[in-house]
Ligand binder design. Structure first.
Ligand code: GLY
Length: 606
C-alpha cells in the first residue's frame, strides 16, 4: 500500500511538471475573474448586438446566411410541427408560455412518441417577464426494488437490461412535473391545455417523413418488447408518411389526466395498467413507486458568460453545471480563436474534456450525494482549469489526477430526448427538455394506456467505471439506489440580454452531446455574433473526456485543421451529425425560431 501511494505521488509530481497547471494548483492567488469583461450594457453595447456573417468550412453541408421562422409576438419550437402548433393554439387562446409549454409537452407524447412522453421525465426552466425564475426536476427515479447490481449477470458482466425491456424503466415523472408547473406558473386549467393533445390522439394526425422513419427504425424493438400490435404498427406494417396515426388508448389516458390531474396517472387505472405491464414483462415498478413520485423544484443554476446571464438546470441534471463550467473556462480567454480554426477546436474541446471529467465523477442526484455545484461553477475554478490547457491535447487519465489536486477556496456567493422552447408576447419563456432516453425508450408500450416507457435506468452508472449506452464512464456517485434520480445531461437554458430580457431559449436531445451542442449554439450567438440560424447550422464538436477523443461532424472541420489537431495529439472521431437542438432567439421586431437543421421539427409563431 505504501509503495502504491509513493508511486502515485511520484506520478502526480511528474504530471504537475508536464501539465501547465502553473501556480493555480492551490488557488489562493488565482481567485476572482480576471479577464472577464464588463457586461455588454457597461460596454455600451445594445441588448442584442448586430449579427456577423458566419463562415463555415467549404466542405460543410449546411449553408450560412439563411433565416429561421420570425414572428412578432410569440414562438414555439419543437421536434414536431403539430406539437408546436398546439402550443400556439393555447397562446392564441390567451394562455401564457407555461400554459403553452404544458400543452406542447402533452402533445409531443402523441406526435413524437420516440421521445415526447408521459412515460418518461424531464426538466423545465421558466423565466417569467416579472423576473420570477424557476426550475423543476421531474426526472424518473429508481424503483424501490432497484439494487446497485441489478443489471449484472451471474458472472458480474453488464447486461443490456438497463436499455431494453421492462426492467429498464425508472418511475416516470413527466405527468407530475407538467401538472405542477402548470399549477404554479400557468393561467389555464389542465383540461384546457390538454385539449390539443387529446384531439391529436383521438382524431389522429398526418404522419410526416421524420416520424415514419423513426417508427420504421423502432418496429422490431417495440414489437419484441411489447408483443402485441400497437397503433404505430397496425397489422404488422408501419404507419407511413402521409397516413393518419390515431391512438385511442392514449386519448383515453390523456382525457383521464385532463379530468383528474396527475392522480389519474399515479394512483388510478393508468397506474394499474402500468403495473400490470411491469408484471407481464418482469419489471419492478409498483403502485407504491408511482404513488410516492414527486417532482422537485430546484434552485435555478445561474451563471454568466461575458456579461450575459444564463439560467439553467442544476442537478439531478449535469447539464447546467457542465455548460457553466465549460463556458467559464472559455471566458478566461480574453477572446476566443476564430470559429472553425484549430485553436478554437482545441480550446473548446479542452474545456469540455475538463468539465466532463468532473461530470463523470462528481455529479449525481443531490438528494443522495453532496454535489459541489458552487465549486464546479466558480470562476476561480475555471481559471485553474484554464491553466491546465497547454498547446497540445491533454490525456484524460492524466488530467483526472491533476484536477483532483486543484484546491479552490469556498466561494461566499450564494450559492434522449427532445427539447422544446416557448416564448409569449409578454416575454415569459419556458425551456423544457424531456426524454425516454433511447429513442422509443425501453421498447415497452403500456397496454390499454397507450404510451411508451423510458429506459432511463441506463443513465445510472449500472456498473461504475464501465461505459453506458452513450460511452459515458461514470462513478460511484451515480450508482443505482432505490428512489434516486439518475444523472442526466439535459440542459434546458435561458440566456438573458444586458437588459435582463430573454435573448435565447434553447436545449437539445442527444445524451452527453446535449451539453456540447447547447453550449456551442450559445457560444456562436454570444461570442461569434452569428444569427440564430447560422449558430444552429454551424458545425459542432464534442468531447466527453472518455472515450478520450474529439468528435467532429463529417465535413465540419477543414482538412488542414484535422491534420493539425491530430498532430497536437487528438484522437479524432467523425460522426455524420451531432445532436438535436431547438432554439428561439429575440431578434429586432420579434422572435426567430429554429428547429434542428440536421433533423426535423417545427417553429410556429404569430
Ligand atoms: N437520457 C439522456 C439524459 O438524460 O442525459
Amino acid at each position: 500500500m505504501r509503495r502504491l501511494s509513493h508511486r502515485l505521488s511520484r506520478r502526480s509530481r511528474a504530471l504537475a511538471r508536464r501539465l501547465p497547471l502553473v501556480s493555480c494548483i492551490a488557488l489562493a492567488a488565482c481567485s476572482g475573474n480576471a479577464g472577464s469583461p464588463a457586461t455588454p450594457a457597461a460596454r455600451g453595447e445594445p441588448a442584442i448586438p448586430a449579427r456577423v456573417a458566419a463562415q463555415f468550412p467549404s466542405g460543410w453541408r449546411l449553408a450560412a446566411g439563411a433565416q429561421g421562422t420570425v414572428a412578432p409576438q410569440a414562438m414555439a419550437v419543437s421536434n414536431s410541427p403539430d406539437a408546436s402548433a398546439a402550443a400556439v393554439e393555447i397562446l392564441r387562446a390567451g394562455g401564457n408560455a407555461v400554459d403553452a409549454a404544458v400543452a406542447l409537452g402533452f402533445a409531443l407524447t402523441v406526435t413524437w412518441p420516440e421521445a415526447g412522453n408521459i412515460g418518461g421525465g424531464g426538466y423545465s426552466v421558466v423565466q417569467m417577464a416579472d423576473g420570477r425564475t424557476a426550475t423543476i426536476d421531474y426526472r424518473e427515479i429508481a424503483p424501490l426494488a432497484a439494487t446497485r447490481d441489478m443489471y449484472l449477470d451471474a458472472n458480474g458482466k453488464l447486461t443490456d437490461k438497463s436499455i431494453y425491456g421492462h426492467l429498464a424503466s425508472g418511475v416516470p415523472g413527466a405527468v407530475a412535473g407538467l401538472t405542477a408547473l402548470l399549477e404554479r406558473y400557468g393561467t389555464m386549467p389542465l383540461s384546457r391545455v390538454m385539449q390539443p393533445a387529446i384531439r391529436l390522439a383521438r382524431d389522429g394526425f398526418v404522419v410526416d417523413t421524420a416520424l415514419a422513419g423513426s417508427m420504421s427504425r423502432a418496429q422490431n424493438m417495440v414489437n419484441r418488447y411489447t408483443g402485441i400490435a400497437t397503433p404505430y404498427f397496425p397489422r404488422g406494417r408501419v404507419v407511413g408518411a402521409g397516413d393518419r396515426l390515431v391512438q385511442p388508448d392514449l386519448a383515453r389516458t390523456l382525457e383521464a389526466i385532463a379530468k383528474e390531474g396527475a392522480a389519474a396517472f399515479y394512483r388510478g387505472w393508468i397506474a394499474d395498467s402500468l403495473v400490470a405491464e411491469m408484471q407481464r414483462g418482469g419489471g419492478i415498478i409498483t403502485k407504491a413507486d408511482l404513488a410516492r413520485y414527486a417532482p422537485a423544484w430546484r434552485t435555478p443554476l445561474r451563471t454568466t458568460y461575458r456579461g450575459y446571464a444564463l439560467v439553467s438546470m442544476p442537478p439531478s441534471s449535469s447539464g447546467g453545471v457542465v455548460v457553466a463550467e465549460a463556458l467559464n473556462v472559455l471566458e478566461q480567454y480574453p477572446t476566443l480563436p476564430a470559429f472553425g480554426s484549430t485553436q478554437y477546436a482545441h480550446v473548446v474541446g479542452s474545456a469540455y474534456q475538463r468539465a466532463f471529467i468532473d461530470r463523470n465523477a462528481k455529479l449525481a442526484d443531490p438528494d443522495f450525494v453532496p454535489v459541489p455545484v458552487d465549486r464546479l461553477t466558480s470562476k476561480a475554478y475555471a481559471q485553474a482549469l484554464r491553466a491546465t490547457i497547454g498547446p497540445r491535447a491533454s490525456r484524460t487519465a492524466e488530467l483526472e489526477t491533476a484536477m483532483n489536486a486543484i484546491s479552490v477556496p469556498r466561494e461566499r456567493e450564494p450559492e434522449h430526448t427532445t427539447h422544446y422552447s416557448v416564448v409569449d408576447a409578454k416575454g415569459n419563456a419556458v425551456a423544457t427538455t424531456t426524454t425516454l432516453n433511447n429513442s422509443w425508450g425501453s421498447g415497452v408500450w403500456v397496454r390499454g394506456a397507450g404510451f411508451m416507457l423510458n429506459d432511463e435506468m441506463d443513465d445510472f452508472a449500472a456498473q461504475p467505471g464501465k461505459p453506458n449506452m452513450f460511452g459515458l464512464v461514470q462513478g460511484e456517485a451515480n450508482a443505482i439506489q432505490p428512489g434516486k434520480r439518475m444523472l442526466s445531461a439535459m440542459s434546458p437554458t435561458i440566456v438573458l440580454d444586458s437588459k435582463g430580457q430573454v435573448l435565447l431559449v434553447l436545449g437539445a436531445a442527444g445524451g452527453p452531446t446535449i451539453i456540447t451542442g447547447t453550449s456551442q449554439v450559445i457560444l456562436n450567438v454570444l461570442e461569434h455574433r452569428m444569427s440564430l440560424m447560422d449558430a444552429m447550422r454551424a458545425p459542432r464538436i464534442h468531447h466527453q473526456a472518455l472515450p478520450d477523443s474529439l468528435t467532429y461532424e463529417d465535413g465540419g472541420l477543414a482538412p488542414a485543421v484535422l491534420d493539425s489537431l491530430t498532430q497536437m495529439g487528438y484522437r479524432m472521431r467523425r460522426l455524420r451529425a451531432l445532436v438535436n437542438v431547438n432554439a428561439i432567439m429575440r431578434v429586432p421586431g420579434g422572435w426567430e425560431g429554429v428547429p434542428e437543421p440536421r433533423r426535423s421539427g417545427g417553429a410556429v409563431g404569430y
